[in-house]
Ligand binder design. Structure first.
Ligand code: ADP
Ligand code: MG
Length: 161
């Protein structure tokens, strides 16, 4: 388990950029847990930037999913907070988002039934801590472990564990 402390939004975004660096060699599925305001979208915005997305990165609050083309695949950013049931999930075609080169980031995965989503390589838990935020990373798969290792060595700031 790896823990980071991010004193401000810039540090959060920079940590996302660092994970993107570890994600250049292929896809993965990452869950983001934590209350509203914990910094999940800010983190994914950093990931998108780090993967070379130059346009606006909006929160998928109402659209539920936003997709970005990468040179070798897709970045999908989901926010399931407002999902209303399994019908909507089917409509989204979540299972079809999975491909070896796709990077999939899912806010609020706990809103849907376990097994309804691509399974996670990495689970990130974010929380408000004082004026800043904490982020804890749990690797679930071998790919997840590999990512955490590469990510840690890239994250020069905010690392306290
Ligand atoms: P979530 O997607 O988890 O609801 P957001 O990423 O939208 O959260 O962030 C909510 C607010 O918290 C935003 O105003 C954002 O700038 C701020 N924020 C993000 N990371 C940090 C941080 N490390 N320290 C302080 N504020 C942060
Ligand atoms: Mg959000």
């Amino acid at each position: 388990m790896t823990r980071f402390y991010l004193p401000d939004p810039v540090a959060m975004e920079t940590l996302g950029v660092a994970l993107a660096g570890a994600l250049r060699n292929g896809g993965a599925t990452v869950y983001l847990k934590g209350d509203l305001g914990a910094g999940k979208t800010t983190f994914v915005r950093g990931v998108a930037r780090g993967l070379g997305v130059t346009g606006r990165v909006r929160s998928p609050t109402y659209t539920l999913v936003e997709g970005y083309e990468l040179p070798d695949g897709m970045l999908y950013h989901l926010d399931l907070y407002r999902i209303s049931g399994s019908g909507e999930l089917e409509f989204l075609g979540v299972r079809d988002l999975e491909a070896p080169a796709n990077r999939i980031f899912i806010e609020w995965p706990e809103r849907v039934a376990p097994g309804a989503l691509p399974s996670a390589d990495l689970v990130l838990s974010l929380a408000v801590e004082g004026d800043g935020r904490s982020l804890t990373a749990d690797a679930i798969t071998e790919r997840g472990r590999q990512l955490v290792q590469a990510w840690r060595s890239r994250a020069a700031i905010g690392k306290d564990a």
